[in-house]
Design a protein around this ligand. Structure first.
Ligand code: C5P
Length: 224
């Protein structure tokens, strides 16, 4: 059994991947399965936490003991996370949030035409993780005490991760090396956790639960 070291803690986790609607039947999406976010939710519940899981398009059963809020788009995910972090101790943003969305959602299904297909105009989505860091810096509630994010990097993993940690103003950044049968849709993960003002923590290849438990160890250490 795990220690109940997160008893009484209110934690918010985002999981899955957002879908940005093009028309009533089409969207721009990504390959995030939600497995890592759900592993974070299960392990946090097992350690005694009160968990809100904001799930974007995840085809997994609700983890027992967690409150699940289902969302589709980045804007919905932002609203749900901001709502859930009110009075929360920590947030872990494990969701893959689309950086862009179509500027308008067509009311009707876009038709196939003989000539050039219509271009899809994109606008930027808010960076929710960065916004939480900024809110905390400015003392603008709601924001949680501890803020953690994930980053998938393919090259210069440490340097890019360090820069991202600083840019987003978070405490912990779990940096995944993507590729080699790791990360998306797989039961295993390997990562390095970058810690603001501390040494990086290496997490060897292993089940997503093991990575989740290490993340909670680091979060718990920042909540004492
Ligand atoms: O910048 P990048 O997408 O690599 O950062 C990934 C981290 O930022 C993840 O924790 C993700 O949940 C979060 N993110 C966000 N809002 C966005 C894009 C990413 O909160 N629009």
């Amino acid at each position: 059994g795990r220690p109940a070291d997160l008893a009484g803690r209110r934690l918010v986790i985002s999981a899955g991947g957002t879908r940005e609607a093009i028309d009533p039947v089409r969207f721009i999406g990504n390959r995030s399965s939600g497995l890592q976010g759900y592993a974070l939710a299960r392990t946090a519940v097992a350690r005694g936490a009160e968990v809100t899981l904001v799930a974007a398009n995840v085809g997994l059963p609700d983890p027992a003991g967690a409150k699940v809020v289902r969302v589709e788009s980045a804007l919905e995910l932002r609203a749900a996370v901001l709502d859930a972090v009110e009075g929360a101790d920590a947030v872990v943003m494990a969701a893959a949030v689309a950086d862009f969305r179509p500027s308008a959602r067509s009311e009707s299904k876009i038709k196939k035409t003989a000539d050039e297909p219509a271009a899809i105009h994109l606008v930027k989505n808010p960076d929710i993780l960065a916004e939480l860091g900024e809110r905390r810096r400015e003392g603008l509630k709601p924001y949680p005490r501890v803020i953690a994010g994930f980053a998938a990097e393919t090259d210069d993993v440490l340097a890019n991760g360090r820069a991202k940690l600083a840019r987003k103003g978070c405490d912990l950044l779990v940096v995944n090396q993507v590729g080699d049968g790791l990360a998306f849709g797989t039961p295993d993960n390997a990562a390095v956790v970058l810690v603001a003002g501390g040494e990086p923590v290496d997490i060897p290849r292993g089940p997503k639960e093991a990575l989740a438990d290490t993340v909670w160890d680091l979060v718990a250490a920042r909540l004492v």
